[in-house]
Write a protein that binds this ligand. Structure first.
Ligand code: PAF
Length: 283
């Protein structure tokens, strides 16, 4: 595995691979890899001849009061994990490489980015779409893999790819969970032992809503009420949103069906966690 910091080298390696008829699979990450990322890499390995991953803690997707400087980083460990999971090229640019002096261009998907996480994190998705569009232009992948845990991010990126006529195939893979059900996230390291326990209320609530829906409760408001009640029992939980939306448009639904997704964002102490599930699916 090669670790490359500069854009021109990655671009020329990937162009060469395309010219040689190779299929390029790409897994963009912000590092501090966990099993969720590794499952994307293994799937990428199976789908491509050249597997490229990136590690870049993207400053433009963090708000002024968010955890950019504190975001966990461990390049040495990440590189080892990437190598073990079949990555051929690990792209690790600096912020100055990606956003040199004078940088002025941003990609913005409208509508879908205003709701859910977009309400409490204005500008976040503009940063995500900008960096992912740049990474797609650098790597020129045939297929790119993302986790369904960031459900809104996946929907926004699919919209961007369709609207900008990009040729990359976007694949979303199921959320990978710890044994006790907590969705894997690089941010889980921030949780104290007590908050780690309280964080399980998210998956518990998703499960309870799923059971209720499968038993015939199809009213979003009542399902959301169940979830709210479960999470509010935790002393340090502060709910940002709990919503049931259409899985493609992210618009609220009046009645749940197989396409409806329950999405939530909750702060446990100072750690903001997100999770989601198609309402009728078992968690
Ligand atoms: O999901 C992430 O880790 C990031 O938002 C992404 C897609 C790598 C863009 O910085």
């Amino acid at each position: 595995m090669e670790i490359i910091n500069d854009i021109a080298t990655v671009q020329s390696r990937c162009l060469q691979a395309r010219q040689d008829g190779k299929r390029i699979a790409f897994v963009p990450t912000m590092g501090f890899l966990h099993e969720g990322h590794l499952s994307l890499m293994r799937e990428g390995r199976a789908r491509g001849d050249l597997l490229v991953a990136s590690i870049f803690v993207n400053p433009t997707q963090f708000g002024p009061k968010e955890d950019l400087s504190a975001y966990p980083r461990d390049l040495e460990r990440d590189a080892e994990l990437a190598r073990e999971n079949g990555v051929d090229i690990l792209f690790h640019p600096t912020p100055e490489t990606m956003y040199p002096k004078g940088y002025k261009t941003y990609v913005n998907v409208e509508g879908l980015t205003r709701t859910l996480c977009g309400e409490s994190r204005p500008g976040h998705f503009r940063g995500v779409t900008t960096v992912v569009c740049k990474l797609f232009n650098i790597v020129q992948p045939h297929v790119a893999l993302f986790g369904r845990k960031d459900f809104q991010q996946l929907a926004v990126l699919r919209r961007m790819v369709a609207d900008l006529n990009l040729t990359v195939e976007v694949v979303g893979l199921p959320t990978v969970r710890e044994k006790d059900g907590l969705a894997m996230s690089s941010r889980n390291v921030y949780l104290s032992a007590e908050h780690r326990k309280q964080a399980l209320s998210l998956v518990d609530a998703l499960r309870q809503a799923g059971v209720a829906a499968r038993h015939g409760e199809l009213h979003p408001r009542r399902l959301v009420g169940l979830v709210r009640e479960r999470i509010s029992r935790e002393p340090d939980a502060e709910i940002d949103y709990i919503k049931i939306c259409d899985g493609d448009t992210l618009e609220s639904v009046d009645r749940v069906d197989a396409h409806s997704v329950l999405l939530l964002a909750v702060r446990i102490g100072s750690t903001r966690l997100i999770d989601n599930n198609y309402i009728f699916e078992e968690v």
